[in-house]
Design a binder for this molecule. Sequence first.
Ligand code: ADP
Ligand code: MG
Ligand code: ZN
Length: 477
Amino acid sequence: MNPKYETVIGLEIHAELSTKTKAFCACEYSFGGEVNTQWCPGCVGMPGTLPTLNKMVVEYALRLGLATDCKVNQRSGHDRKQYFYPDLAKGYQVTQADAPICEGGKVEFYHKGEKRSVRLTRIHIEEDTAKLLHGDAFAGTLLDFNRSGVPLLEIVSEPDLRSAEETKDYLEAVRMLLGTLDICNCQMQEGTIRCDVNVSVRPIGQTAYGTRVEMKNVNTFSGAMQAVTYEANRQIELIEAGIAFPQETRRWDEHSGVSISMRTKENAADYRYFPEADLFSLSVSDAWIADVKQSLPELPVAKYERYRGMGVSEGESWLLVESPEKEAYFEACMQIGGVSPKNAANWIFGLLTARWKETGVSPQESSVTPVRLCEMLRLIESGTISNDAGKTVLDALFASDETAAEIVARLSLAQVSDVGELKALVTGILEANEDSVTAYKNGKSNAFGFLVGQCMKASQGKANPQILNQLLRELLD
Ligand code: ADP
Ligand code: MG
Ligand code: ZN
């Protein structure tokens, strides 16, 4: 990437909604159904049929719009976007042109540990097309109409992103948001989130945007990153060579990793949008908005910040946000209380996760329940046992139904924190290792570590390390 240029990116994300039925008919849809089994005359666009708007589609749009601080247009409508393509038998897509259901708003996310915000232009409701099937098993192209009329939300962002990595973090944030709001399955391999990536470049310091190129057909987040990088470099090379290029639509080819020109950019006028007269205008009441607002769950960024505020590490806070089962387990530990959140998260995402994975047991089925884990953690936090001994206790907790305290007693794992007892031990070690003592006094710092090791060994690993270290320094100095 040429450092004299800045990349500017805006995304149009299409998220397939996980409503039970399609946008304008009663067909049920689920990914992977047998080809051409989930359709009716309405959703494939046969003449003489009439659409009926699925209320849940509006509900889902409101969820996302309110979660992103959008302004809800309480009166919006539907429009026909006309174009010719074999996956659109009807000849037009029902979408929202002039009055989208939501406008403005923002998506907050973290990029390299810093909070960012991307402004949203709009969120609108539209329908998906049929799927074209190409394959080696047959000649030509086949059509699967199952996806026809599946509801989509198009989430259009302002050109606020500045790099491929930031684009990926934004996409991840949108994915998490859709998941938390429970409105999209977010299965990339099923194509439930797809995006058009708009890219332009400009010399650093220039305020006007450069010519934008839109890349269609981006199905993965890594694809979006590659598309941004590829396209920015292509544009910079052209600019540097003094070659002007048009505003155009290109297709992103994931396999070859290049963008290919499809058409110079059409204008909105070319689609001949006009109002969908077969649907009533859409009106959303104050009460409905209030209802949805009140039912919103805690959002990923807020949750992340709450965990950070509790002292949980950055990485583990995100893991909690992303893994509901472990989050529930963690929250149960917090309810029980008396343990540090940071420590609990550490153990949950460390040894416990390894164990759950090994045995195929979910956190909720775990024989080491939050109560039993917390008992063990309290023994560590009070200094009764060392962190290392905690690992032994955890193994034993999985193997039996004893309590942590019983295990500590049975295996005599309690730490020695008695200063008198430890002082005697340290003195003995120092007398037996005069060479190391001399080395330490001559500035050999690793001699100290050696002496700590000897003391630990003599105590069979039970010496309280803080007290031991302190005593050793005192006696040596
Ligand atoms: P269209 O339907 O023609 O693609 P939209 O207005 O729906 O137009 O989408 C425009 C998208 O392009 C938005 O995501 C916006 O942020 C982005 N965009 C606009 N101008 C630029 C630019 N100069 N560089 C990069 N992205 C841009
Ligand atoms: Mg577009
Ligand atoms: Zn149908």
